[in-house]
Design a protein around this ligand. Structure first.
Ligand code: TRP
Length: 332
C-alpha cells in the first residue's frame, strides 16, 4: 500500500454464481486500477444472508468461488487487500452504531429495499432493510476516497455519504466523505437477455436472462441466440428503441475494447443472427480463459484460505483505527 495513493473500496455480494455483468461491470476493471490506487476488495458475505436460504456450507463455497474469480480476473493479493466481510468484526460493530444515526424512513424509501421486498415477499427480514447501513460501514471503516459501484448502488453510497456527514457534524472529523466512482466503462450496465430493461442479475429467476461465468460454450450460444432484439434488422445503438441490440453491442464493445461507434459501422449490414454469433463467440473466448484461471485457484483451497486470512489481517488493522475513533468519541 502506497501512502499517498487514494483508497478505493469495492465489494461483491456472493449470493450465487457470478455473471457476465459482474465481470464486465466490476471484475475486469478492478485489476486495472490496482496499480495506481490502494484498493480494498471485499466479499460481502454478511450481505448475502439477507436473501439466500442457508444450506450449511453453501455460503462458504460461494465465497471461495467469488474469491477465485477475483484472482482469475487479475486482482493481486500483493497489491490489493482482498478479504471476506465476516472475517473483520468491525463491520458489524460499526453497523450497530450507524444504525442509531440512520432514520427508518431513509431505509424504507430505498429503491433496492422496495424491489427486494417484492422479490422476497416471504422473507422481508430486517437485514434487507438494514443492508445499506452495513454497506456504509464497509465503506466508512476504510476512510475510502472513492467507492466503485454500479449505478444501481448509487442510492446506497449516497446514504454512506450522508451518514458520514451527519456523524462528522456531531463529533468532528471522524469519517472521510467517500465519492462515488462509476467509471465510464460502467456507465451502461449489462442487461438481462430476455428483458433488456432490467439489469443482468445473478439472482434472476429466469436463467436465460443471464450468462454465468462458468457457462458452457453451447449454452452461451443458445442464450445469446435467444436474446430479445427488435424487428428493424439494423444494427446500431439506441437504448430506448433497441435495448436488446444495444446491450449486445455494449457486451461486445466491453469485451473487445472497440468503441461502439466503430462497431456500428462494421456491423451495419450484418444480419442479427450473424451478429449474435459473433457476440457469443467473443463471450465464449473470454470466459474460456477466465474459467481456466478460475479452476487453477479454486482447486487450491488452502491457498485461498491463506489469502482470506492475510487479507482480513490487513483490513482489520485499518478498520480498527476507525472503529477506535468512533468508540472513543462516543464514550464506549
Ligand atoms: N451491495 C453491493 C452490490 O450488491 C455489494 C457491496 C457490499 C458493496 N458492500 C459494499 C459495494 C461496499 C461497494 C461498497 O453490488
Amino acid at each position: 500500500m502506497v501512502l499517498l495513493q487514494p483508497t478505493i473500496f469495492s465489494a461483491i455480494q456472493p449470493s450465487g454464481e457470478l455473471t457476465l455483468g459482474n465481470y464486465i461491470g466490476s471484475l475486469s476493471h478492478w485489476s486495472f486500477i490496482q496499480n495506481n490506487n490502494n484498493c480494498i476488495y471485499g466479499i460481502a458475505n454478511l450481505h448475502s444472508i439477507t436473501t439466500i436460504s442457508q444450506k450449511s456450507n453453501l455460503l462458504k463455497k460461494i465465497t471461495l468461488d467469488t474469491l477465485s474469480f477475483y484472482l482469475a480476473s487479475g486482482i493481486n493479493p500483493n497489491k490489493s487487500i482482498i478479504f471476506a466481510q465476516s472475517d473483520v468484526h468491525e463491520h458489524c460493530q460499526l453497523n450497530w452504531i450507524l444504525n442509531c444515526y440512520t432514520y427508518f424512513g431513509e431505509l424504507s424509501r430505498m429503491t433496492q429495499f422496495k424491489s427486494k421486498s417484492k422479490q422476497y415477499s416471504k422473507n422481508i427480514n430486517v437485514g434487507l432493510l438494514n443492508y445499506p447501513v452495513l454497506m456504509s460501514s464497509d465503506i466508512l471503516l476504510y476512510q475510502s476516497n472513492r467507492v466503485l459501484i454500479g449505478k444501481d448502488q448509487k442510492q446506497h453510497l449516497e446514504l454512506a455519504r450522508n451518514l458520514a456527514i451527519r456523524f462528522n457534524y456531531l463529533y468532528g472529523n471522524i469519517f472521510k466523505i467517500p465519492n462515488v466512482y462509476i467509471p465510464n466503462f460502467c456507465s451502461s450496465k449489462i442487461m438481462a437477455l430476455l428483458n433488456p430493461q432490467k439489469k443482468m442479475s445473478k439472482s434472476d429467476s429466469n436463467r436465460n436472462n443471464v450468462i454465468f461465468l462458468l457457462e458452457s460454450k453451447k449454452s452461451i450460444f443458445s442464450k445469446i441466440s435467444k436474446s430479445i432484439t427488435d424487428s428493424e434488422n439494423k444494427i446500431y445503438y439506441d437504448i430506448v428503441k433497441k435495448p436488446g441490440i444495444s446491450n449486445l453491442l455494449n457486451i461486445f464493445s466491453s469485451l473487445t475494447g472497440i468503441k461502439i461507434s466503430i462497431l456500428e459501422n462494421d456491423f451495419s449490414n450484418m444480419l442479427y443472427q450473424e451478429f449474435k454469433m459473433l457476440v457469443a463467440d467473443k463471450i465464449a473466448e473470454v470466459l474460456y480463459k477466465l474459467k481456466n484461471k478460475f479452476f487453477y485457484f479454486r482447486n487450491n483451497e488452502s491457498y485461498l484460505q491463506n489469502i482470506l486470512e492475510n487479507g482480513a489481517n490487513q483490513a482489520r488493522i485499518k478498520a480498527k483505527i476507525t472503529l477506535d475513533k468512533v468508540y472513543n468519541i462516543l464514550g464506549l
